[in-house]
Design a protein around this ligand. Structure first.
Ligand code: UDP
Length: 367
């Protein structure tokens, strides 16, 4: 007997938004999560009064006013602006690549000088039709920036040669000819005041939630409890990996509580050189302008993924993408299962994109 209209597997942003919308439309939802908390990878853990982004730093940004208003109805967002620094060859630089970076790297003063320098660097390589990440970077920013900031960082992050990675990964890196260190181009940006758990708690308010429960431990039993399933886990796992395993890149987060109120003066400092095994150090208190006596930092070590590790970044190369398309074909035949989110769609998603995707699918489903 089904007691629920929807069984939602996974309480990350996709699952929580879908559950909220369905409940608002008068449907009864049960949300399951195999972790012992809700929120998926946006979950924060409180240490020394600081919201620690347990599964990696999350900075919300969007150009969509509707989406910004949507998240702000559950928790007010602060005016944090992400301005990461890059530590390369014993020097600190501003990111994203902008007039400050060019000045620090080459001493160029005007946009005209910086543009000329970059054009000269790009011409050194003359890549016209970039086919991989290395060629994409060289054709966009040239040799010096590629070698100082991109090559080593990218290769440790992804555990693969930059020539073997898809170009789209660094389309996220903007280049500007203004002295503007804002990492994102979007109109709206911030961090929930009091942490992301407030957003998730707001979305899941008054909804039945069970944590520490693995859907696959008794799929048949859970399936009987609802008319429809919303599945936000790994699509290949849903099908028992029968066509093969989709690959990911994983991360190992090493947290330290330090007896200082300010360790690095910024939330995000990238360590671009290969000699550091971690890619960045996050100092969480700066996301919320914290004044605590201590600080918590996280070193982010990329690591090879296997089926027992957390799946963070999908590896959207040709091989994995083709396998995903096969799983997708299977999923389109399901009448009672909706697949969505980073793991089900095998997509390098930002938070605003996941929320938009969940809202679209909820609207389609519930109308
Ligand atoms: N990247 C880089 N150097 C940097 C920062 C980023 O080469 O200092 C490249 C790298 O390939 C990375 C991609 O840009 O995988 C996206 O990085 P970003 O920090 O924007 O994404 P996140 O890891 O936070 O999702």
């Amino acid at each position: 007997m089904s007691n629920y209209d929807y069984l939602i597997v996974g309480s990350g942003l996709y699952g929580a938004v879908f559950a909220h919308e369905a409940t608002k439309a008068g449907k009864k939802c049960l949300v399951l999560d195999k972790r012992n908390h809700t929120g998926g990878n946006v979950y924060c853990e409180n240490t020394e009064g600081i919201n620690v982004h347990k599964y990696g730093a999350h900075i919300f940004h969007t150009n969509d006013k509707g989406l910004w208003d949507y998240v702000n109805q559950f928790v007010e967002f602060n005016n944090y602006v992400n301005s990461p620094l890059a530590y390369s060859k014993n020097k600190l630089y501003n990111l994203p690549f902008n007039m400050n970076t060019f000045y620090q790297l080459w001493g160029t003063i005007t946009p005209k000088e910086a543009k000329a320098k970059i054009e000269e660097q790009i011409l050194l390589f003359g890549v016209k039709d970039p086919k991989n990440l290395e060629e994409q970077a060289l054709s966009l920013v040239g040799k010096d920036i590629y070698e100082n900031f991109i090559k080593e960082y990218t290769e440790k992050q992804w555990g693969r040669k930059a020539t073997e990675l898809p170009a789209f990964i660094i389309k996220r890196l903007p280049v500007r000819f203004t002295f503007d260190n804002n990492y994102f181009n979007d109109k709206y940006q911030g961090i929930p005041i009091g942490g992301y758990n407030k957003l998730i708690d707001g979305l899941l308010k008054d909804i039945d939630v069970q944590t520490g429960v693995d859907y696959f431990s008794d799929k048949k039993k859970f399936d009987k409890q609802a008319k429809k399933i919303v599945f936000t886990g790994k699509i290949d796992e849903f099908y028992g990996y029968k066509l093969g395993i989709l690959e990911y890149r994983s991360l190992n987060f090493i947290n330290e509580v330090l007896d200082t109120d300010n360790f690095q003066g910024n939330a995000v400092v990238n360590y671009n050189d290969a000699e550091y095994e971690f890619t960045r150090i996050i100092e969480h208190k700066h996301f919320e302008f914290g004044k605590q006596a201590k600080t918590v930092i996280t070193k982010e070590y990329p690591q090879e993924w296997d089926i027992n590790k957390e799946a963070f970044y999908p590896i959207n190369d040709a091989k994995n993408q083709a396998l995903f398309e096969e799983y997708k074909k299977l999923s389109l035949q399901e009448e009672n299962v909706i697949f969505g989110g980073r793991l089900s769609e095998y997509k390098y998603y930002d938070m605003h994109q996941v929320i938009a995707s969940a809202l679209t699918s909820a609207k389609k489903e519930l109308s």
